[in-house]
Design a binder for this molecule. Structure first.
Ligand code: CP
Length: 306
């Protein structure tokens, strides 16, 4: 079954296949669309604009039927478990579920039990596979490949699922990853990069990947740190001037304007922030196709747990 719950289990060739498939959808070349009706449901237990809406757009573009599901008006409110929710949807004909959930690795206990593929739309501070893939697509469109590229991931590293997924994949694909940000938000467990001073990082790299401050995941009071954040660790106009001439800016968004990045830089020439969002639709089309194509061909139980 073609779950996509983490990027860690994806082989390099699979990553490249997903990027190629997304690129084919983007350029209107041939891509999979189901011949008969297929059904998906999007289960968002945390807030989302980009991921949810771009999954919905991807589903529409593929001709899939999206079964409406709202956590707040569902039987989750009566205590129904995630497993029972998924199997209920499966039993009425849903063929894949897209899930965002606040619990890290919520999928671990589920992936070998459920009867339909899970696409992870973000788990707590864990992983955000489709964000990672759309970031990779955006970088590849710009530079052609990943080998030898230098990428700085900047900010709230400890609480960021985007940082975790991206650092691992970029390293796997041959890029060098640097981290920069406040001492308090260092991620000591992430071994896929080395820490640099923010100014050195900005001047060194080809891609400056900014992270949103994840206020909702902070256990301690971080308002003081956030107040001084822009001048100490943010992409100020002065820092942007010191970037290499060809370097680009990424941010998964939503953006805290004037905090992680100066307001006037969000849509500057180097910024690919809205391009990332466009690419999100094509990546999600590719990921949905990867999950659903085997089902259409009657190959749902090949034990290919990912
Ligand atoms: N980048 C991202 O995951 O945005 P949303 O939380 O709006 O989905």
């Amino acid at each position: 079954m073609k779950h996509l719950v983490t990027v860690s289990t994806l082989e390099t060739n699979e990553i490249l296949e997903i990027l190629d498939s997304a690129e084919n959808y983007r350029t209107n070349k041939q891509g999979w669309k189901p011949e008969e009706k297929m059904f998906v449901a999007n289960l968002f237990f945390e807030a989302s604009t980009r991921t949810r809406c771009s999954f919905e757009m991807a589903e529409q573009q593929l001709g899939l039927t999206t079964i409406p599901f709202e956590v707040t008006t569902s039987s989750v409110q009566k205590g129904e478990t995630l497993y029972d929710t998924i199997e209920t949807l499966a039993s009425i004909g849903v063929q894949s579920v897209v899930i965002r959930h606040p619990q890290d690795r919520y999928y671990e206990a589920l992936q070998e039990k459920v009867s339909i593929p899970i696409i992870n739309a973000g788990d707590g501070c864990g992983q955000h596979p489709t964000q990672c893939l759309l970031d990779l697509l955006t970088i590849r469109q710009e530079f052609g490949s990943f080998k030898g590229l230098k990428v700085a991931i900047v900010g709230d590293l400890r609480h960021s699922r985007v940082a975790r997924s991206n650092a691992e994949m970029l390293t796997k694909l041959g890029a060098t990853v640097y981290f920069a940000g406040p001492e308090e938000w260092k991620d000591e467990e992430n071994r896929h990069g080395t820490y640099l001073d923010i100014d050195e990082a900005i001047e060194t790299v080809d891609v400056v990947m900014l992270l949103r401050i994840q206020f909702e995941r902070h256990e301690e009071n971080t308002s003081e740190l956030a107040q001084n954040y822009h001048s100490r660790f943010g992409l100020t106009v002065e820092r942007e001037r010191k970037m290499k001439s060809h370097s680009i800016i990424l941010h998964p968004a939503p953006v805290n304007r004037g905090v992680e990045i100066a307001d006037e830089l969000v849509e500057c020439e180097r910024s690919r922030i809205f391009k990332q969002m466009q690419n999100g639709v094509y990546i999600r089309m590719a990921v949905l196709a990867r999950a659903l194509q085997p089902i259409e061909r009657g190959l749902n139980n090949d034990n290919n747990y990912q």
